[in-house]
Design a protein around this ligand. Sequence first.
Ligand SMILES: Nc1ncnc2c1ncn2[C@@H]1O[C@H](COP(=O)(O)OP(=O)(O)O)[C@@H](O)[C@H]1O
Ligand SMILES: [Mg+2]
Length: 283
Amino acid sequence: MSKAITGINIVKEYGGRKVLDGIDLDIDRREIFGLLGPSGAGKTTLIKILTGQIVQDGGTAFINGKNTSRLMGEDRRRFGIAMDDFGIYERLSCFDNLKLFARLYGIGNAEITSVLKKVGLSDAAKTPAGKLSKGMTGRLKLARAFMTDPDVLFLDEPTNGLDPVSANEIHKIILAEKERGKTIFLTTHTMTEAEKLCGSIALLNEGKIVERGSPKDICRRYDHQRMLKIHLADGSDIELPYNTDSAARLSEFIGKGLAETIHTSEPDLETVFMELTGKELSA
Ligand SMILES: Nc1ncnc2c1ncn2[C@@H]1O[C@H](COP(=O)(O)OP(=O)(O)O)[C@@H](O)[C@H]1O
Ligand SMILES: [Mg+2]
């Protein structure tokens, strides 16, 4: 079976400026891939190219093995998209919003009801979309992406602007889809979200991927200091170089029950991003 998503040297220019500058991607099935980058990095533009909404100026993209510049109706059924300003009509109820979309694909009311249930919006079926809370709106967007029961889901900043409780509800839904065998491509500018959800990520800055791998591997790669941080029972903190010379002291701390916590010094993704770009991810 083909890779879920492939990008080869994708370039997109606006007004002579390269907003995507040679993007290569290979995304396996059944994984959650996270594209991380600050506002303006090019995340939404890349999703639009990968889903055939706009055409790139250079390079090639494939989804489910199909060239994204030549997608047919049946190819489009096999992926779902949730992004801002993507087909939510405020005056229509949740049910009617989904119905509008479902009819394009010949999907019946039973499926609409079942998708609303999946995202926890059964009770809001008749509520106009404009009256939903932010978290519920986020879930309605997911519901729309789920309508054709696609293999691949593109979720553009699915928790942007949400409180932690609402974000967590969305995380649960995303993880459940992964468990069902879906491939998920999500964008975010919160590293905690990426660390929690994603098996692999790419850091995007000014149209270029500056680092990629699993969140843990990336952080390990940037652990320049290789220190052990030990919090002692008396409240003091000490640091030891993470090497064999420290083994005796470490063993003493543990043996005497003096060490309350021990941590390695690898940075978090935010710090790695800052090192690579001089910018904050969440700015
Ligand atoms: N239709 C467009 N016309 C001109 N510039 C655009 C257009 N869409 C996006 N851009 C520019 O491309 C860059 C990347 O935008 P975008 O993909 O929306 O970034 P992100 O989603 O990471 O915030 C930004 O500088 C943005 O202003
Ligand atoms: Mg965006």
